[in-house]
Design a protein. Structure first.
Ligand SMILES: Cc1cc2nc3c(=O)[nH]c(=O)nc-3n(C[C@H](O)[C@H](O)[C@H](O)COP(=O)(O)O)c2cc1C
Ligand code: FES
Lengths: 602, 163
């Protein structure tokens, strides 16, 4: 007879895997076996718990104790102390801002307590590969309700009244889109889930697919019923093999339980879902390009109109929704539209998942009510700067978005407000930038991305973004002129107006928004050949302060170009000609003797 | 030589049976190419032509699709593929310097294979572990987080002995 029964939820999201989740799990299993506790203790690998910066993570139930930054050794100790003797192992507990130990941060720390989880409600809580755990959390209840108690029109009206807007970037009202597809003539229609997640810095769709695949199956089936489609496709990026694997397994289970296939729940409605795998092209996230890709073609966008709701996949009426949008559907159907509207703003109801990353302490996935301010998001939930350096701005919306300076952090996060500032919510990537980040270089980073990803079909996007990139390159190399800045602005606006699809229409945004708020940085680059953030390599030099250097030789030993000279215990010197400006020396200097200067020394 | 030929016959057979699954289904090309690349490691012209023939489409169409998508490779890759995340979070944490160091240490450029066939280096988009930025993935499974240029030699050392 086992003494206690515990369940250990261990996070198997991307960041925890990359910080060693598997070895922690193995250590747990080994120890548990050693003490013959297999019967009493269950280990469940869950989807992303969101607090990625303190992984690998696990929570032990029923107590709900949260352990962080685990190692195999920590895991062994926790088995012996906590599970065997009931003594909490303090050294691996979550520690708050002032080093205060918090055994149940879920209830006390803003990072957890300020979140409202709708789309990510099951992440980190259930075993994604166990349909019964999904059902136990009211899974497939909404499907039952929709098929048995509601007409398709009622389903559409519920979604319309909830005010749910697309989470894939454009923020188009979901209910309206469903209605267009429903009303489009034809008996063959398709329902597509867009899981291409192109923004390089956002991973909520992947986390939902990996951590709660059944919610997507349930939502797609409901959507299929609402618009009159019997066939669905999930278009997943090839870079997400775990998501593909878990979704395939979930599809199998849903079939076995009768939630997919012929005559679902005896309702007379039949629906099936097939997975299509992308092949690494950002533009395929655009809905018409995605349709081409599912058809097995080059993923180039089509001219709109006709919209997919009229003429989509194989020329038939088609509805496309993003993963996170769909994940909101079952709870809305189950709880009603007013329930959803208790969060968020009038025009942007509900919640949004953000991927917080960059120069912020608590990185990870957070789901918060729309209308929260950027300041709350970045300082309260995100915990502010990890290094004490000044936070300068936040980049939202990835390659289609822009930067928002710190002065505007009291802006509420909703679709309209961010657009007004020249940024967008986009898919929810939020990269926090600090004083070390050069805005011209940030713009260049995104332009390099779009140049690479432009599909080449229309000239403004194909040629225009390339010219913009080249100019930015010139400026960051210290070869730009003031005319170049003007050209960037003009060209950017032309590309916006004349490109065929959303990729080109938004590609200049990172440049235009940095120009809007940080023109002085551009000017410093061209006029003074200086990079105020001291990031652009051609415009900086590394120097050693001889009064601080004690001659410890650490820098000379680490320099890959062997360009630092000096005798032991005597101040060292950098040979500027040979220096490749890799920055390794600054990292190892413990005396603060090395610094960067801009403009560069000759 | 003989061994590789026999191996290839096996691979083609496996590809055939995969293609059978798509009988009567539309739009199979991309899935078939995924399978082919999984089997052969890359997509040499012969394989592309084979796929075209089997699916009854022109080799030009196949080539057009192969070259459109980043995921498909018309060049062989190293035994250990080093994927360096160049997503936004990794960029702001200095992924460019990590990339540079890998290329320097191996003496190749991005996409190239080392002479001994052991390594190739590829820049990829967000690996979904942004909190651990910069992130490097070697092969399919070995993740390295918070990588600094100084860590590069020791990462490489782990794989140098293999093969
Ligand atoms: C270049 C480009 C890339 C896009 N990438 C994505 C993506 O990765 N995921 C996504 O859901 N939507 C993406 N979209 C938006 C889709 O075209 C489409 O609006 C969305 O999938 C609709 O779903 P929603 O209404 O639920 O947001 C992209 C659009 C453009 C123009
Ligand atoms: S940007 Fe590198 S893992 Fe996300």
């Amino acid at each position: 007879m086992p003494l206690t029964t515990n369940t250990i939820l261990i996070c198997a999201g991307g960041a925890c895997i990359s910080s060693g989740e598997e070895s922690v799990k193995n250590a747990l299993e080994r120890k548990i076996k050693e003490y013959n506790l297999q019967e009493a203790i269950k280990i469940v690998e869950t989807g992303c718990m969101g607090a990625c910066s303190i992984g690998p993570l696990m929570v032990i139930y029923p107590e709900g104790v949260y352990y962080q930054k685990l190692t195999p050794k920590a895991a062994e100790k926790i088995v012996e102390e906590h599970l065997l003797k009931g003594r909490i192992v303090e050294e691996y507990l979550y520690k708050g801002d002032k080093g205060k130990i918090v055994p149940q941060p879920q209830e006390e720390i803003p990072f957890f307590s300020r979140q409202v989880k709708i789309a990510t409600r099951n992440l980190g809580i259930i075993d994604p590969l166990n349909i019964e755990e999904y059902i136990a959390r009211d899974g497939y209840f909404a499907l039952y309700k929709a098929l048995k108690e509601m007409k398709p029109e009622e389903v559409i009206n519920t979604i319309k009244e909830s005010g749910l807007r697309g989470r894939g970037g454009a923020g188009f009202p979901t209910g309206l889109k469903w209605e267009f597809a429903r009303k489009a003539p034809g008996d063959e229609k398709y329902m597509i889930c867009n899981a291409d997640e192109g923004d390089p810095g956002a991973f909520m769709d992947r986390s939902i697919l990996e951590g709660d695949p059944h919610t997507i199956i349930e939502a797609m089936t409901i959507a299929g019923y609402a618009i009159g489609a019997n066939k669905g496709y999930v278009y997943v990026r090839a870079e997400y093999p775990i998501a593909i694997e878990r979704l395939s397994e979930a599809l199998k289970q849903a079939h076995e339980y009768g939630f997919l296939g012929e005559n679902i729940l005896d309702s007379g409605f039949s629906f099936d879902i097939e997975i299509r795998i992308g092949a690494g092209a950002f533009v395929c996230g655009e809905e018409t390009a995605l349709i081409n890709s599912i058809e097995g073609k080059r993923g180039q966008p089509r001219v709109k109109p006709p919209y997919p709701a009229q003429k989509g996949l194989w020329g038939k009426p088609t509805n496309i929704n993003n993963v996170e949008t769909l994940a909101c559907v079952p709870p809305i159907i189950k709880n009603g539209p007013q329930w959803f509207r208790q969060w968020g703003t009038e025009k942007s109801p509900g919640t949004k998942v953000f991927a917080l990353a960059g120069k912020v302490k608590n990185t990870g996935l957070v789901e918060v009510p729309m209308g929260i301010t950027l300041r709350e998001l970045i300082y309260e939930i995100g915990g502010g700067s990890p290094t004490g350096k000044k936070i300068k701005a936040v980049q939202t919306g990835g390659p289609s978005g822009g930067v928002i300076p710190e002065e505007y952090f009291d802006t509420p996060v909703d679709f309209e407000s961010l657009t007004q500032l020249g940024a967008i919510i986009g898919s929810g990537g939020m990269i926090v930038l600090d004083e070390d980040d050069c805005m011209v270089d940030v713009a260049k980073f995104f332009l390099e991305f779009t140049v690479d990803e432009s599909c080449g079909k229309c000239t403004p996007c194909r040629e225009g973004t390339k010219i913009m990139y080249e100019i930015l390159n010139k400026i960051t190399n210290g070869e730009g002129t003031e005319d170049d800045i003007e050209t960037l602005e003009k060209l950017g606006n032309i590309i916006k107006d004349s490109s065929l699809c959303g990729l080109g229409q938004t590609a200049p945004n990172p440049v235009l928004s940095t120009l809007r708020y940080y023109k002085d940085e551009y000017i410093a680059h061209v006029r003074d050949k200086a990079c105020p953030a001291k990031k652009c390599r051609n415009l900086i030099s590394y120097v050693i302060d001889t009064s601080k250097c004690v001659g410890c030789t650490a820098c000379a030993r680490v320099c890959p170009a062997s360009c630092i000279d000096g005798e032991i215990k005597k101040p060292h010197e950098i040979d500027q000609e040979a220096c490749i400006k890799c920055g390794s020396c600054i990292e190892v200097c413990r005396f603060g003797a090395i610094s960067k200067v801009s403009p560069a020394l000759d | 030589m003989l061994e590789t030929c026999e191996k290839h016959i096996e691979l083609y057979k496996e590809l055939d049976s995969y293609i059978q699954n798509f009988k009567g289904k539309k739009g199979a090309l991309i899935n078939v190419l995924h399978k082919a690349q999984e089997l052969f490691g890359w997509l040499p012209p012969e394989v592309q032509e084979y796929v075209a023939d089997k699916l009854n489409i022109s080799p030009a169409t196949v080539y057009g699709v192969v070259t459109f998508y980043n995921f498909f490779s018309t060049k062989p890759k190293g035994k250990s593929q080093i994927k360096i995340c160049l997503g936004t979070a990794c960029y702001v944490k200095g992924a460019d310097r990590v990339m540079e160091r890998f290329l320097d240490e191996l003496g190749i450029s991005e996409g190239e294979v080392t002479k001994d066939g052991k390594f190739s280096v590829h820049g990829v988009r967000c690996l979904g572990a942004c909190s651990m930025a910069p992130v490097v993935l070697v092969g399919e499974k070995d993740f390295y987080g918070k990588v600094t240029p100084d860590m590069v030699p020791s990462i490489l050392k782990k794989y140098k002995g293999e093969g």
